[in-house]
Ligand binder design. Structure first.
Ligand SMILES: Cc1ncc(COP(=O)(O)O)c(C=O)c1O
Length: 396
């Protein structure tokens, strides 16, 4: 792995790549088969291999590769017939795609609050949000922490709802002994550049249901329903196919994914130990009960009220970034507060926990957890120093 110097902290570079990506990309180039085929993953292509390998890694029966994670969510909702007149329950602390995919299929997102402990959808509030129009629940595994899926699953079963999981952050994550994407009808992953597997862009849907997999394959490739007749269109589809370049890179990324995740888990445990009782006003979020594997797309820090008053989140972020720590302030507002929903239908429940988390959370990116121990100690020291500065009369 190469390391680049940003300020005083040596931040591992991302994405990681080596001969494996180069070999696979050259193989695609020389083969002349740059396109995954009319079906979106024709026999023998990189994409058909990626689908099989990713399905195995997620213990899923079927995996369907698509252009990106947003498309994955949209196709998944279409595949179970969600459309105008339907409501889909989504959490407030997430990226816009979780709700915009619902709106794109003509349904109404119903935005509920999240739990402080795992940052995922609050099943109690979701229960109160269920009405006659509710068709599905779309939980998000924020930062790689799988949401309270035992309760979400039970709620969905009790009310006859579909569960579509937004697993954009959760490659390889496990909770209650079930891999992300395995609790619901489908799990939707992203391979956008920042994710723990990068294809530049890319997405994948996993499912246990063979009929759903067939529908997904049709919807991602212009609604084709017969691989031998490319001009027969049985469904209203779109071109959401992934390219062979992306699949070639992603196959190499997948080979490293489990080892990198294990390394991030070790680093996360070490960073939590380093932060424990040693950085005034900052608490590292523990994995939620029942968590097995954790992808650690984010390593999450929670700022206490006293630190927010003394230093402030923006000043703290400014100070640590100046020392090269690539910290982010997380989602700045509940998704329902975005101006898009001034003209796109939405139903919002009160989201006080999300509002509070938007003020208090800082996320460190996954690639920082690929750093050596000295760097992890230095990261802690940078936060410790930044948390003290204002108090001592310095400007941040
Ligand atoms: C929670 C969440 N859902 C969905 C997406 C959409 O993925 P993509 O950027 O691949 O369309 C993202 C990503 O960026 C995300 O963070």
């Amino acid at each position: 792995m190469t390391a680049s110097s940003q300020g005083s902290i040596q931040v591992p570079s991302w994405p990681v790549h080596d001969d494996a990506e180069e070999r696979n990309l050259l193989a695609v180039l020389r083969s002349g088969a740059w396109f995954a085929g009319m079906t979106g993953s024709d026999h023998g292509t990189q994409t058909v291999h990626l689908e099989a390998e990713f399905a195995r890694s997620q213990q899923a029966s079927h995996a369907v590769a698509v252009a990106n994670g947003t498309a994955a969510l949209e196709i998944a909702l279409r595949a179970v017939g969600i459309g105008p007149g339907d409501e889909v329950i989504v959490p407030a602390y997430t990226f816009i795609a979780t709700a915009s995919a619902v709106a794109q299929v003509g349904a109404t997102p119903v935005i509920v609050d999240v739990l402080e402990g795992d940052l995922g959808l609050d099943p109690d509030q979701a229960a109160r949000a269920i009405g006659a129009l509710t068709k599905a629940i779309l939980p998000v595994h924020v930062g790689g922490q799988v949401a309270e899926m035992d309760r979400v699953r039970r709620l969905a079963d009790d009310h006859g709802l579909f569960v579509v999981e937004d697993c954009a952050h959760a490659h390889g994550s496990v909770r209650f002994s079930v891999p992300a994407g395995g609790f619901g009808s489908m799990g939707c992953f992203s391979f956008q550049h920042a994710k723990t597997m990068s294809g530049g862009e890319g997405g994948m849907i996993v499912t246990e249901d063979e009929q759903l997999a067939l529908r997904l394959r049709s919807l991602r490739s212009c609604g084709r329903t017969d691989p031998t007749d490319p001009y027969l269109h049985g469904l209203l589809g779109w071109n959401y196919r992934i390219t062979e370049w992306q699949s070639a890179v992603l196959r190499a990324q997948l080979e490293r994914a489990a080892e990198q995740r294990a390394r991030r888990e070790r680093s996360a445990a070490r960073l939590r130990e380093l932060f424990r009782d040693s950085v005034d006003g900052i608490v590292a979020l523990d994995p939620a009960p029942g968590t097995g594997n954790h992808n650690f797309y984010y390593f999450t820090l929670v700022l206490c009220e006293d630190l927010l008053r003394r230093v402030g989140k923006d000043a703290l972020l400014h100070a640590v970034r100046a020392r090269g720590v690539p910290a982010s302030g997380g989602y700045p507002r509940p998704i329902g507060d975005n101006p898009v929903f001034e003209h796109v239908p939405v139903r919002r429940l009160p989201t006080p926990v999300t509002q509070d988390l938007c003020r208090r959370l800082i996320h460190l990116p996954h690639y920082l957890l690929l750093a050596d121990d000295a760097t992890l100690v230095a990261v802690r020291d940078v936060f410790r120093h930044a948390a003290l500065r204002r108090e001592q009369g310095h400007t941040a």
